[in-house]
Write a protein that binds this ligand. Structure first.
Ligand code: MAN
Ligand code: CA
Ligand code: CA
Length: 243
């Protein structure tokens, strides 16, 4: 739509329309009512044509919930859309688009939840925003760390009882005795940190651990009872990655 040109009438204001600033106003519009405000403001300040939007403002009241959705669109294209005449037909079209989008979002959510179930079965666990998944085989700490990072993940850093429990379940599931966690005391003996160097916010050491047995235990394993023990990084343990 050659709105810009058409707006030429609003012409003078057409220029104002370009002012990205207008778009910004759309943002303030956040409040459902604002949507209407935006239309009204534009007419007054920037586009005479905006005056039409003003009418829509009246419509706005009834659709408090609706307004938000509509405004979202306006927000981005504020200028161009405002430059167009916004009449009842446009509002209807926007509502139809909104309903169509809602249907698409719903179908995507359903499909996503289905794939999530498939992905987590049987060797994955999701806890909050995290997903833990075991590779089902053992590797040294270095190899395990590399495998996880190559897949876009990292070794597990359980930061709560819930996360630790999820990892414990995977260790039990695989019957492999223990899995590596991400933490090490590479840099300062006895001070375990996450890969980013931060100190632990949660721990579940087994009694007497970490003991740096033989002075060569700088990595951490989680065993089938959920407890942690420091072990040599060259040991082979179940690979579980955190995503
Ligand atoms: C025992 C304990 C642990 C240690 C392992 C090493 O289980 O001393 O602290 O890590 O042996 O195999
Ligand atoms: Ca150590
Ligand atoms: Ca130990």
């Amino acid at each position: 739509m050659c709105s810009p040109v058409e707006n030429g009438l609003p012409g003078r204001e057409g220029q104002d329309g370009r002012d990205g600033p207008r778009g910004e106003k759309g943002d303030p519009g956040s409040p459902g009512a604002t949507g209407r405000m935006e239309m009204l403001d534009v007419p007054k300040e920037d586009n005479s044509s905006a005056g039409d939007p003003g009418l829509d403002g009246n419509l706005g009241p009834p659709g408090p919930p609706g307004p938000a959705g509509v405004r979202g669109l306006a927000g981005r294209d504020g200028p161009s859309r405002i430059q167009r005449d916004v009449g009842p037909q446009d509002i209807s079209a926007l509502w139809r688009q909104l309903e169509a989008l809602q249907g698409q979002v719903r179908r995507l959510q359903e499909a996503f939840l289905q794939y999530k179930k498939v992905e987590l079965y049987p060797n994955g666990r999701d806890v909050g925003q995290k997903v833990f998944k075991t590779a089902g085989f053992v590797k040294s700490f270095y190899q395990a760390e590399q495998m996880c990072s190559q897949s876009g993940g990292q070794l597990p850093s359980p930061r709560s009882t819930a996360e630790n429990h999820a990892l414990q379940q995977l260790v039990e599931l695989e019957n492999s005795g223990a899995a590596f966690l991400s933490m090490t005391d590479f840099w300062t003996e006895g001070r375990f940190t996450y890969p980013d160097g931060a100190s632990l916010v949660y721990s579940n050491w087994a009694p007497g651990e970490p003991n740096d047995d033989s002075g060569r235990e700088d990595c951490v394993e989680i065993i089938s009872n959920g407890k942690w023990n420091d072990v040599p990084c060259g040991a082979k343990r179940l690979v579980i990655c955190e995503f």
